[in-house]
Design a protein around this ligand. Sequence first.
Ligand code: 5AD
Ligand code: SF4
Length: 473
Amino acid sequence: MNLPDLKKAKERTNKEVKTYKNPMYASDKFNGKKYFLRTYGCQMNEHDGEQIEAILEHFGMTPSVEMEDADVIVLNTCAIRENAHDKVFGYLGRIKHLKKERPDVIVAIGGCMSQEEGVVQELIKKHPYINIVFGTHNIHELGQLLIEANSKKQDIEVYSMEGDIYEDIPYKRASNITAWVNIIYGCDKFCTYCIVPYTRGKERSRKLADVVKEVATLKEQGYQEVTLLGQNVNAYGHDLKDGYEFADLLEEVAKTNIPRVRFVTSHPWNFTDKMIEIIAKYPNIMPYIHLPLQSGSDRILKLMGRKYTKDEYINLFKKMKERIPNVAITTDIIVGFPGETKEDFKNTLEVVDTCKFDGAYTFIFSPREGTPASKMKDETPLEEKEERLYILNEKINNYAKESNEKLLSKTVPVLLLGVSEKDSTKLYGYTDTMKLVNVKGSPNDIGKIIPVYITEAKSFSLDGEEVKESIKN
Ligand code: 5AD
Ligand code: SF4
């Protein structure tokens, strides 16, 4: 048994770059069996889910639509807010029931919740039918843990600290058009509300050559788009000794000529002019930046440990808008941080009015055990926080609609990703500025970047029609 210890998350370990190897297995223990994987949370977790699926399928397993039909159940959990926990507990209730009928099912819990000290202890105590707990630092061990698993024992292997970087990781990618590519793992920022630095460890950058090789291979395989992933992509490279920074990596990735390059997430604190220049220079780097604001009050930003002021944020925002033609900028905002007054909230609304974001993810502060903010005095009642969230969302949605309306009667490039789930007569895709478009068009064009004439604008999506070649000329 190896349990997480949150205090150790601030220590740095020596890391090596290693090559991932699938475990050898002597028996056909899992061949032909079914697995059920549920992934919660951010893109990082989704991408980890693709690795978990590859490991499961290496054993000859196939996915099961219903959890009740599966022989192996894996929950890839998230810890960012309390409601992410709640979803997992909901599933565990169903699993408990299932285990009574089918005791041989193997249940594995991974992801960020597994990295939370205390939570793991509670999980295994309250849910003794869980067979494996693995963390975010040892997904590469899941295969071996499964080989050794049996439905009667519990195996808890969660490292407190990050370890080595693994290359040549197999992924079962969810799409054959767009792909995620990790560039930096972990986060060193320790914003006072955030659990991520504890669950994902210190920042570790992949070598530039390894990232570029992965992107070049994806391009050869026909992928149209890569999204470079990191909790904080602009910290890329500071832990390497070869002097590369994010702007250099972005440039090298753009030079592979893959049609579309995206990246998430950027911290406003160390977003350099060189990065802005590179984004502006390469047409295949998409003009879209997700730039979390979190709060528009300097007092709250300080309490959050965000390392920038409202004015610094606005200046950076304006610089991006000036230098990158047509750039779309979205953000994250937390309301109801401990001690946030009406005045602080008003400051946030003012920044939103200044920036008129293309969109935003908004959250009510959720205290995470072990973070400094969870110990701060918080006297604002929940109803007040909910009201602030409502007011903020109204504003955000109006600006999002306004920015979408600017595209009305224009023709924009859209990468078609598939048939719309809501309306099977339509396709869906994204503009270069990351706006969702439902398109009247030909399914033969899925996987292509096509010109789309925008006919309707809503807060969260656009409608449009594929522009046929004959019209284009
Ligand atoms: N409570 C509410 N929102 C949070 N986020 C991160 N931690 C918390 C928390 N404890 C939000 C931030 C971050 C996004 C991914 O989630 O806005 O940018
Ligand atoms: Fe969390 Fe701040 Fe790191 Fe983002 S930058 S993952 S909010 S600690």
